[in-house]
Ligand binder design. Structure first.
Ligand code: ZN
Length: 367
């Protein structure tokens, strides 16, 4: 049996407290491929936690049967700081209440540092280059002197994942279809993941400098490759954000099949032995994140939807009204683009200017 548990202690932020990141490891350290999965970086996004519990049970069985070929690291709840934030019975795990910063922004941007270190070390061998770059990332992470608890948390999550071949960041929206965010450097490589988990929306982006957890991986590999066009630099990891529907969708009838699909995907990628079965058909075409519209309320009031999640809206179609009960007027909300209504905030009251739903436009990916 290879399973082990590690508790990584975060620096004490407040007198008399201590928080830990729990890591479950399966397989032989250093074996390839290495997979890293964590859940609930935005702490109140709970479905991924349940999915990883189901997945862990399957991994224990595989471990007992000697089927773990690579190495697997699971962090079932990646943000114990956010999980501790409750205000008047409501979980508030998206933003650090201490700094008002989004927990999924501001991961260390190591691109410049890594480029400088590896400049004279790259060869014509892509695998060797990946190893050199991973070492440089690890060294850069070790050299950081972060003090704040939340910054150290981000550092630890990158230290656990920076050398993994497969990196999955499990989130959930308020109410949503199962969807995937992936950076172009990892597309179409992630097509098998999208099909295996039954993604109903796949959004392909270019990476962004807000340094989300995904960008800290994907953008780094993309930009290092761009800086050294004369050397082969394949992406050292496939990193994706899997949005497991809405925050309340924790029930086993949803989360157990999700875990089964992740298990099959790990088999497909050679991390676990055994046949994953046939690859399911894609449930959607990939869309460019350029066509993603996050709608903000033109008026304050109560959101009255006329269309459900998953409805294909047409540009100009009124799919919702915002009711102002003071004047009994309704402001129509029209779709800015042909696309899919795929995510909504759960609260049906919006303030003027507040984000309340998202439409994935039917915008094909570039090139
Ligand atoms: Zn999230």
């Amino acid at each position: 049996m290879t399973h082990s548990i590690e508790h990584i202690t975060l620096p004490t932020a407040s007198l008399g407290t201590e928080r830990n990141v729990t890591v479950h490891r399966f397989g032989t350290p250093g074996a390839r491929p290495k997979a890293y999965l964590h859940a609930a970086l935005h702490a109140q996004e709970l479905p991924g936690i349940v999915v990883l519990e189901h997945l862990q049970k399957r991994l224990h069985e595989a471990d007992a049967e000697g089927k773990i070929i690579g190495e697997i690291a699971l962090v079932p709840f990646a943000n114990p700081i956010g999980l501790s934030q409750q205000i008047m019975m409501e979980a508030q795990g998206r933003y650090d209440l201490d700094t008002n910063r989004n927990y999924n922004r501001g991961f260390p941007d190591l691109i410049g540092e890594v480029v400088e270190v590896i400049a004279d070390s790259l060869t014509d061998d892509g695998d060797e280059n990946v190893a050199v770059i991973r070492t440089a990332i690890g060294t850069a992470l070790e050299g950081r002197k972060d003090a704040r608890e939340a910054d150290v948390l981000k550092l630890r999550l990158l230290q656990l994942s920076h050398d993994a071949d497969l990196v999955l960041d499990l989130h959930s929206a308020w109410e949503a279809l199962l969807h995937l965010f992936v950076t172009d450097v990892n597309w179409p490589d992630a097509d098998d993941l999208a099909r295996q988990i039954g993604a109903e929306v796949v959004l392909v982006d270019r990476g962004n400098r807000m340094m989300t957890f995904k960008s800290a991986h994907a953008l780094l590999w993309k930009e290092v490759a761009a800086r050294f066009p004369d050397h082969p630099v394949p992406p050292g990891s496939l990193t994706a954000v899997v949005e497991l529907r809405g925050q309340r969708d924790v029930d086993d009838h949803l989360t157990r099949p999700d875990a089964d699909n992740l298990y099959h995907w790990l088999q497909r990628r050679g991390v676990i032995a055994g046949s994953p079965g046939p690859l399911p058909e894609a449930r959607c075409e990939p869309r460019s994140v350029v066509g993603l519209h996050r709608l903000t309320a033109e008026a304050g009031g109560i959101l009255v939807y006329h269309r459900q999640l998953g409805h294909a809206v047409r540009e100009g179609e009124t799919f919702c009204h915002i009711l102002d009960p003071e004047t009994a007027t309704r402001t129509p909300v029209t779709a800015p683009i042909d696309g899919l209504l795929y995510a909504r905030r759960s609260h049906r009251f919006a303030r003027k200017g507040q984000y309340f739903c998202a439409i994935a436009g039917d915008t094909p990916i570039e090139g």
